[in-house]
Design a protein around this ligand. Structure first.
Ligand SMILES: Cc1cc2nc3c(=O)[nH]c(=O)nc-3n(C[C@H](O)[C@H](O)[C@H](O)COP(=O)(O)O)c2cc1C
Length: 290
């Protein structure tokens, strides 16, 4: 499993706070992903116990597809220890989060905070790589801390460590959060030019199979990653892989039904109804009593 018919490598974007065990089980039941990247495990003062990591990874592993565990931290030794645990429990690879824009995370120097200082980011990546020889290690990053122009230096330094086998690049900078940014495609082209020769997965507002194919054809990147856009079309990832799948409206209904069957309730159900159907839709309005 995993390889798509048309050669495009398609990844579900990790979504902390959304990808609960119930969510992951519903996605597995419908077979809508051919690989997983978990949301980040944050390592600030220590490594969670084996049982905790096992429980976190279990729903992802149950799907029978390769699982990349995403880690976030600033201490290479801690991150490497957590990585060993994840690999021992069945993860196929490790990804380092260099993109999370949450103020708390960034202020601690982790996630997107890594991109503030290319030298420190490269030193950290290098140290994690050296602690994990032979392990498939990747980096998921944004294009800079403040400005897109930072990407060239940032990427070169990270690549030159030789520690990461693959890069996932969300075209916005950390400071751009999730705002609308013009000329996304021009950014994708620049990113692909700079990353040329390195396996690259592009990410950000990729919402249809035609768009994904066009981006891969134009930039020659290895594949795409979709997060929020995948929620509006639960079979999007399979559609990009060239499979024949239900249309977005049918997909949303089927995924929602599966989420309820998997036991999603309370605030998570409200959030997911909003992500899937939008804030103007009866599925959401009913739940919030409007
Ligand atoms: C609710 C939410 C949670 C997220 N959690 C993570 C995370 O844990 N790790 C990560 O690398 N990216 C995380 N992201 C970023 C997405 O994976 C993705 O890079 C971003 O949303 C852009 O892609 P999209 O336009 O397809 O949504 C999160 C995004 C959202 C909306």
């Amino acid at each position: 499993m995993g390889a798509s018919g048309n050669g495009i490598e398609v990844w579900p974007g990790p979504m902390e706070g959304v990808a609960s065990a119930e969510f992951v089980r519903a996605a597995n039941a419908l077979g809508v992903v051919s690989r997983w990247m978990t949301p980040f495990i944050r390592l600030s003062s220590g490594v969670p116990g084996k049982r905790k990591i096992e429980a976190f990874l279990a729903p992802f592993l149950e799907g029978g597809v390769p699982v990349t565990a995403q880690l976030m931290g600033t201490d290479a030794a801690l991150v490497a220890r957590a990585a060993e645990l994840c690999l021992g429990l069945g993860a196929a690879g490790i990804d380092l989060n260099f993109g999370c824009p949450s103020r708390r995370v960034v202020n601690g120097g982790a996630g997107g905070g890594m991109l503030r200082d290319p030298e420190r980011a490269a030193g950290f990546l290098d140290a994690v790589g050296k602690a994990l020889p032979g392990v498939p290690l990747s980096v998921k990053m944004r294009t800079g801390f403040v400005k897109f122009d930072e990407f060239g230096e940032l990427f070169s330094r990270l690549r030159d460590t030789g520690a990461a086998r693959k890069f996932f690049v969300h075209y916005r900078t950390v400071k751009e959060l999730y705002r609308d940014v013009p000329f996304r495609n021009a950014r994708f082209d620049r990113i692909a030019g700079i990353a040329s020769g390195t396996p690259l997965i592009l990410n950000g507002d990729i919402s249809s199979a035609a768009e994904a194919r066009e981006i891969v054809g134009r930039t020659r990147c290895a594949g795409v990653m979709c997060a929020r856009t995948w929620m509006r079309d639960p079979f999007l990832l399979r559609r990009i892989e060239g499979k024949s799948v239900p249309d977005p409206a049918t997909g949303r209904e089927r995924f929602y039904a599966e989420l309820l069957r998997a036991g999603v309730g309370g605030g998570a159900r409200i959030e997911l109804a909003k992500l899937l159907f939008g804030a103007d839709d009866p599925h959401f309005l009913e739940l919030v009593g409007r």
